[in-house]
Ligand binder design. Structure first.
Ligand code: PEP
Ligand code: MN
Length: 450
């Protein structure tokens, strides 16, 4: 590819430069940054425009109440965990949850991973102090390193290239697993292996898998074997936080002439970077991907309407998703006005519940944690509000892992405060483990059936 092409590609989305951009890394010097972004501009896209368009259509079905979105994965992916086992078990738990939801609700489930690009984190404080030493906060492996040393914590633009490579490796395996037989519905039992099988949620899943097996055997006996049962449609997403990275991977689609972020299918703007006059909202307004915005308890209906005007001026179903993260204690109070005002404006938004980020607290041991009970309660509140208003509770956005970690308390395997130290591996926020994720899926399935 010639070096002239990228300039062309980037021009339509360049308007964010010079605008206030929150939560950007303080790169030590600009030469290394130019070298890294230059590499990225010359690299092939990770996803292509038509895949993003397909996801936009799927999300439009969610907005219309015809499908449900399951979006999940790590709070922060790390370069060290780009391994077969970690990627495969994350996909597996998403597949298991999707089966539970699809079967219970008889509704298509749109599957989107917080994966293959979730390497940059906004932080509440720019620095971290330990034993009197203050260093820059960890901002995700795409920016700096987790170890508490000056060297690791110094932002390094070369990490942007590693982020691209780690995303590409992850996506490659995901594409193979989702289309090459692993995600075949006939494998519904095989996904329920190791520690999760013995958990109460795992046993409940086994019963459901048995019913699906019988349905498949029946269909097979009737001579019906649709292609859809042998593969799954799976999309990637991450927070579009580091604008140097996203801009360098923005490409103009040769068919439509429109710019797309090609780092993932769906990008979202975080709660801390959704300033209406900020660089993130500006950049996102220029790309053609389906996009999402996180909305916390301080958001007003006026702000939500202004975000719609800026990000979805054509009022196109599937273009804009609002990921609501109010907290279990506030969702019933804060969400109704928002949904009512947005609905009255004529916009058809995809509403999704993130029951994780406003339910975080410090355990007595100091570990950042979340109670599964609060997570479930926020989802319940989200459904109650939508049911009362006649709108569609479109989906859930969760932080989870396929591993048997002890980061969130509660669940049918009853993880207690004292257990948190035994396997706490998250580089950032606490994630649901596999059996807690299944607990959540069964609860949501029941609510979808009601
Ligand atoms: C996150 O999704 O990890 C995150 C930081 O969320 P929020 O922007 O909602 O705080
Ligand atoms: Mn998080």
């Amino acid at each position: 590819m010639s070096t002239a092409t990228p300039t062309l590609c980037e021009r339509p989305v360049d308007t964010w430069r010079g605008m206030p951009a929150a939560q950007q890394p303080q790169w030590p010097e600009s030469r290394a940054l130019s070298a890294a972004t230059g590499d990225l501009r010359r690299s092939p896209p990770l996803v292509i425009a038509s895949e993003c368009d397909l996801l936009r259509q799927r999300l439009a079905a969610v907005a219309r109440g015809e499908a449900f979105l399951l979006q999940g994965g790590d709070c922060a992916e790390t370069f060290d965990t780009v391994t077969t086992a970690t990627i495969r078990t994350k996909l597996t738990i998403l597949l298991q949850m999707a089966v539970v939801l699809t079967y219970a609700a008889s509704m298509p489930v749109v599957k989107v991973g917080r994966i293959a690009g979730q390497y940059a984190k906004p932080r509440s404080k720019p620095t971290e102090t330990r034993s009197g030493i203050t260093l820059p906060a960890y901002r995700g492996d795409g920016v700096n390193g987790l170890p508490f040393t000056a060297l690791a914590r110094t932002p390094d633009p070369r990490r942007l290239v590693r982020m691209y490579q780690a995303s590409a490796i992850t996506l490659n395996l995901l594409r193979a697993l989702t289309t090459g037989g692993y995600a075949d519905l006939h494998k519904v039992h095989a996904w329920n292996q190791d520690f999760v099988a013995a958990s109460p949620a795992g046993k409940r899943y086994e019963t459901l898998a048995g019913e699906i097996d019988r349905a498949l055997a029946f269909m097979n006996a009737c001579g019906v074997d649709p292609r859809e049962l042998h593969r799954v449609e799976f999309f990637t997403s991450h927070e579009g936080l580091v604008l140097d990275y996203e801009a360098a991977l923005t490409r103009v689609d040769s068919w439509t002439g429109l710019p797309y972020a090609t780092s993932g299918h769906l990008l979202w703007i975080g709660e801390r970077t959704r300033d209406l006059d900020g660089a993130h909202v500006e950049y996102f307004s220029r790309i053609r991907n389906p996009i999402a915005v996180k909305l916390g308890p301080t958001v007003t209906a006026d702000t939500a309407l202004a975000l719609i005007d800026k990000l979805d001026p054509a009022r196109e179903p599937g273009r804009l998703t609002f990921i609501i993260r109010m907290g279990a204690d506030l969702v019933r109070e804060k969400l109704p006005d928002l949904v009512r005002r947005v609905t009255d404006s004529g916009a058809l938004i995809t509403w999704v519940c993130d029951p994780m980020h406003a339910n975080t607290f410090a355990a007595p041991s100091g570990h950042k944690t979340r109670r599964l009970g609060a997570v479930l309660d926020e989802v319940r509140g989200f459904f109650e509000v939508h049911r009362a208003l006649g709108t569609h509770p479109g989906g859930i956005h969760v932080e989870l892992t396929g591993d048997d970690v002890t980061e969130c308390v509660g669940g049918s395997t009853e993880i207690a405060f004292d257990d948190l130290g035994s396997r706490y591996e998250s580089a950032c926020d606490p994630r649901l483990n596999r059996s807690q994720s299944l607990d959540l899926a069964f609860l949501v399935a029941e609510m979808l059936r009601e």
